[in-house]
Design a protein around this ligand. Sequence first.
Ligand code: C5P
Length: 401
Amino acid sequence: MSSLANKHILLGVTGGIAAYKSADLIRRLQDLGAEVRVVMTSAAQEFITPLTLQALSGNPVHTSLLDPEAEAAMGHIQLARWADLILVAPASADFMARLAQGKGDDLLTTVCLASAATLALAPAMNQGMWRNPGTQANLQTLQARKVHIFGPADGSQACGDVGPGRMLEPVQIAIAAASLFQPGSLAGRKVVITAGPTREAIDPVRYISNYSSGKMGYALALAAAEAGARTFLISGPTNLAVPDRVTRIDVTNAQQMYDASLQEAPGCDLFIGAAAVADYRPVTIAAHKLKKTHSDQMTIELVKNPDIIAAVATLQPKPFTVGFAAESENLLTYARTKLQQKNLDLIVANNIATEGIGFDSDDNAVTLIDPNSEQELTQRSKQQLARDLIALLAERLPTQQ
Ligand code: C5P
């Protein structure tokens, strides 16, 4: 099955009658899971309005290199970095010539010059222009630079001619675009991840929490999204930015994390509990700030929080459920006990007593434990570990129905 899940496609539209098909192309790319942004040349705007393509893509259409307002919102370099694929459809003879010459005389050519993304063109022009030796020479130059060329098709043309130069149909272009990417190991999957600490309020200004930074859960969310999953990150308070292509649901305390998890987890393929959930919360939250008393001691009565991951593991059908065990002693024994008690499919054990790994650090080293085996993943960055972990988990998921 073709997929563009989570892919960023910058659609370049140049001037030609086939520009009207770009509207449908946006839809076909979205059908395959892509997010689409559009850059139009000034000639393209003679054939179709930016407003139409803005409404369909759901993003502002970029038309000018020298518009300070547009550059402030998302400049040409950001657009160049954002794209996984720049797809120019229709690509006119003039655009192919300018691209072949390495020109940067408008926004689209400049973005193409600046971007490391894969570049693909769907040429559309009169058959005589396509056959012209100048166009053919430009085509060869572009192909030698690894630019992908989709089409053109042969047939009757808007001008009445018959021959090569018709733009491929939007659905064919979308499928050709998808074929440029390897399908991600989690394409078509839904993944839910909890991350960060929870805060359990004592009074309006104080709370009980822990030192969890959320880095591991966020790294996992990014890796899952990169692997093509629809990824939901249920996050306690952290200082981290939402990873690209991830839907974040912000929560503060364990009960809210529980509610959000049981909202998102039913029907998901993989649930990863990377959050450091507070085990207990104050029985009551004081309505006003607690005052100091003459006594040297004070007692806060606590009550147990619901166990989120254990509740997820009771769902039918059960998502593949992965927990974390952060321990400072007897790591593997405690981790295996947790695996059984919470009915998890796998637990990731990490020793927080080891210098340089775990809670607030950038590195981690873990042991994966399932009912039948143990596998060690030695120290590496949390981002690398997350990618490795996601790749291993993807292999363990039951095949899709
Ligand atoms: O029991 P412990 O807190 O050590 O278990 C850790 C694992 O359980 C982690 O995956 C954590 O996210 C999850 N957990 C949970 N809800 C709780 C406590 C822990 O989901 N209330």
